[in-house]
Design a protein around this ligand. Structure first.
Ligand code: GDP
Length: 497
């Protein structure tokens, strides 16, 4: 098909998605043609990055999301915002679970999708290309060359094969699928961070013009634009469409992926906020959000690791808690607070009362006083900039807690008396429990003068004549042990795991 200049959408927001290592970063580099200066810790993307470039077919804003499984939610939000998705699949690796996840979500939200089969410079992969097409066809994406409607392009980001054709197809495809747009000025929220000056929000204006002093509203979050920064953090006065910018001015944190509109004045804003709060509060998803974000007090429980998480952005905080949820069993940890921004005195106080540790992800203590306060109350703060290192640390702490718990639960008894059971069939050790508890299911060791003389299982525990399942510190009982009866007064019985 010939490219017709007039019919194309001149400005687009796209996102390139795909499994880790399939070539997403290299493709972005190819399209924006600039050298990447920014390298994230651990070399993995952990938040939404935006890039802007002019091509001969029009202007493109690229939203870049992390490819790792933990960032599923972030990817979904980005799909909501984009005009088109380029799904990149490495020819030598093929379809991965994440590939299918992206296809399904794109179809659900009706965002057009282009399949870019990458790394075709690698030996002969014709068979693989065929298989990829076949597999994807199962999801109702049929290649044009097979009579379907979908673009499957073969590219090599390394050798720059097929890149121009891909950009051309992006504009053609998007112009065929122009979404219905809202009439007035509007845009989308990408994400927010809290800085010294206040809430800084990255957003993209999709229609109209915005300037300093304008009021914008996203759900019930109101912002009066106090400052605008471009991609190079330079102050500007006006926001043009399809150019990602950062603004200072929201008084509460708007959610990523949500639309914002311009509001005439404070009075209208207040009215709308009231209405929206009422509507939104009745919706289930807000309840779920609240469950995660709201400060939750909990009684400190010995076995659980209480966590306060302070992330750099709303999205990274959400991703952290999702990864924690998928890595650890619910009974191992308790989320006390999930929030964004630097650690303040309230966080320290909360950590102290709930005996929680604080996880700082790309954040720090607000000032030296906060640090001193944490030291004084012996509140532990762990700092991270790589999500997977954070998980390793939590794993570590949970395992220490587990060992401590086991130690705490270990039982010890001293033999005070030895007697025979009423029918003379068993020798019973009359014991006093001096530490922890002993259960009938425990494995035990018997020590005499500090030497191990027996290792085995219990047969029964009785308090007077009544069989019991366990005895605790301070109780006296009769213990019968399988295959052992040569007790001596003063022997020590210890449980061990
Ligand atoms: P991402 O994890 O999806 O962002 O993948 P990258 O862009 O970082 O690429 C992962 C690896 O694949 C890197 O070693 C790239 O050099 C390599 N790679 C990317 N594109 C191509 C390609 O077209 N051909 C070949 N042979 N290697 C590629």
């Amino acid at each position: 098909m010939k490219y017709k200049k007039k019919k194309t959408t001149k400005k687009l927001i796209i996102t390139i998605m795909g499994h880790v290592n399939h070539g997403k970063t290299t493709l972005i580099k190819c399209i924006i043609k600039k050298k990447y200066h920014y390298k994230e810790p651990g070399n993995i993307t952990q938040k939404i990055n935006t890039y802007f470039t002019k091509t001969k077919y029009g202007k493109i804003t690229i939203l870049d999301t992390p490819g790792h499984a933990a960032f599923k939610n972030m990817r979904k939000q980005v799909i909501n915002i984009t005009d088109l998705i380029v799904l990149i699949i490495a020819v030598d690796d093929g379809i991965m679970p994440q590939t299918i996840e992206i296809i399904k979500y794109a179809q659900k939200t009706k965002v057009p999708i282009i399949i870019a089969i990458n790394k075709i410079d690698k030996i002969n992969y014709l068979e693989n290309i065929k298989n990829i097409k076949k597999e994807i066809s199962q999801y109702n994406l049929i290649p044009k060359e097979w009579g379907g409607k979908n673009n499957f392009l073969e590219i090599s980001t390394k050798k720059k094969i097929g890149i121009n054709n891909l950009i051309k197809t992006i504009f053609l495809e998007a112009s065929n699928n122009n979404k219905k747009s809202i009439k007035d000025t509007y845009g989308v929220i990408i994400e927010s961070t809290t800085e010294k000056q206040g809430i800084i929000t990255t957003l993209i204006l999709k229609k109209g013009k915005l300037k300093i002093g304008d009021l914008i509203l996203s759900d019930y979050h109101l912002g009066k634009i106090k400052a605008i920064f471009d991609n190079n953090n330079k102050k500007i006065n006006i926001i043009h469409t399809f150019t990602p910018v950062k603004i200072l001015g929201f008084s509460s944190i708007p959610s990523s992926g949500k639309i914002f509109t311009v509001i005439k004045n404070q009075k209208t804003a207040k009215k709308l906020i009231k209405q929206r709060k009422n509507i939104i509060l009745s919706k289930k998803y807000i309840k779920e959000n609240k469950k995660d974000i709201k400060i939750k007090f909990t009684q400190h429980h010995n076995n659980k690791l209480n966590l306060i998480i302070k992330g750099e952005t709303f999205n990274s905080s959400k991703a952290i808690i999702q990864l924690i949820k998928s890595t650890f069993k619910k009974k191992k940890y308790k989320l006390i607070k999930l929030d964004i921004g630097n650690i303040n005195k309230t966080d320290i106080l909360l950590a102290n009362t709930s005996q929680a540790i604080i996880i700082a992800f790309n954040t720090k203590t607000e000032n030296n006083n906060v640090k001193k306060y944490a030291d004084k109350l012996k509140v532990k703060i762990y700092y991270f900039n790589i999500i997977y290192k954070l998980i390793e640390k939590i794993k570590n702490i949970i395992s220490i807690l587990h060992k401590r718990k086991n130690k705490h639960q270990q039982g010890k008894a001293i033999i005070k008396n030895i007697f025979k059971s009423p029918n003379n069939s068993n020798i019973i050790a009359g014991c006093l429990i001096t530490e922890g508890q002993i259960k009938t299911t425990d494995t035990i060791k018997i020590k005499r003068n500090n030497y191990l003389i027996f290792k085995g299982k219990l047969k029964s525990i009785k308090i007077f004549k009544k069989k019991v399942n366990y005895v605790k510190k301070g109780q006296e009982c009769g213990i019968n042990i399988k295959n052992f009866s040569h007790f001596k007064i003063g022997d020590i019985i210890k449980t061990h795991k």
